[in-house]
Design a protein around this ligand. Sequence first.
Ligand SMILES: Nc1ncnc2c1ncn2[C@@H]1O[C@H](COP(=O)(O)OP(=O)(O)OP(=O)(O)O)[C@@H](O)[C@H]1O
Ligand SMILES: [Mg+2]
Length: 315
Amino acid sequence: MSDVRAVSATPPATSPAPAGPVAVDLSAAYHGSNIEHVLEELEGELVGLAPVKRRIREIAALLLIARLREEQGLTTEKPTLHMSFTGRPGTGKTTVALQMAKILQQLGYVRKGHLVVATRDDLVGQYVGHTAPKTKEVIKRAMGGVLFIDEAYYLYRPENERDYGQEAIEMLLQSMENQRDDLVVILAGYKERMDTFFQSNPGFHSRVGHHIDFPDYSLDELMAIADLMVRRQHYAFDQPSRAAFGEYVALRMRQPHFANARSVRNALDRIKLRQANRLIARGGIVSREDLARIDAADVRASRVFATGTDDTTDE
Ligand SMILES: Nc1ncnc2c1ncn2[C@@H]1O[C@H](COP(=O)(O)OP(=O)(O)OP(=O)(O)O)[C@@H](O)[C@H]1O
Ligand SMILES: [Mg+2]
């Protein structure tokens, strides 16, 4: 068909497409964008998070259509893509932000698709005149990609009248407005604190178009995450050690400072340490299977079983 054309993976340099084509092949555009690959990766690498994955698919669709509209001369405005990711520690916010940066790059929204993670300390200085250059430098590094501001609410300290955070906030707001065609800002942190932050900073609220909430994982999801991590690192639970780990996670979930998937990762690190020491202490000949297998004793040696208290700081 003569009036159907495939769309290139990169957006046009400027201005509306010349008159002519009146229809585009959506599936060719979709496949051409390589977005499918990133979405599949997201599906395979991340356990659970169904609502988060759904929102990301929706945003990907919006971006693809926006690009086709631009190519058809229907608009030159890019959709606003600044986001907030809220949720408790270890729920996958940073991991998803990395994938989001890739999606934005695949769809030609940003040039490079890298992620720059920053906290208050990276943006705000201690003395007069230090904040502007610090914030400027971070924004510069993030251009063409995603600037992920962890615990964004620490930028705002109303109790401290002359807090330098305000200076960083103003510069960020300006970049979010003026450079939004090549910079996406993601503000991350606990839901309640972020809500308060948005209430006190309407400038941020009005610039953030997409709010994505990351729920805590269930025990089953945490076990599926553990299985994925163990498999990727070429270790293996046997039946008793997996059962012991299930008990461990159930206990750990009820303790303070529990950090979802991060606590699972940290617990597995300590288990690997105990497995290594068990093997060394035993000496003699080790098989390939011995090197891979996690024993129930490696799990049950955790202090969580003995005292019910935190294994370590686990942060
Ligand atoms: N759904 C998931 N499936 C598999 N692994 C996950 C999942 N969510 C998180 N992880 C893993 O858990 C660890 C912590 O995740 P991440 O750093 O993305 O959490 P976070 O929400 O950014 O936490 P924080 O708020 O503490 O920064 C990472 O190693 C990540 O790979
Ligand atoms: Mg994080």
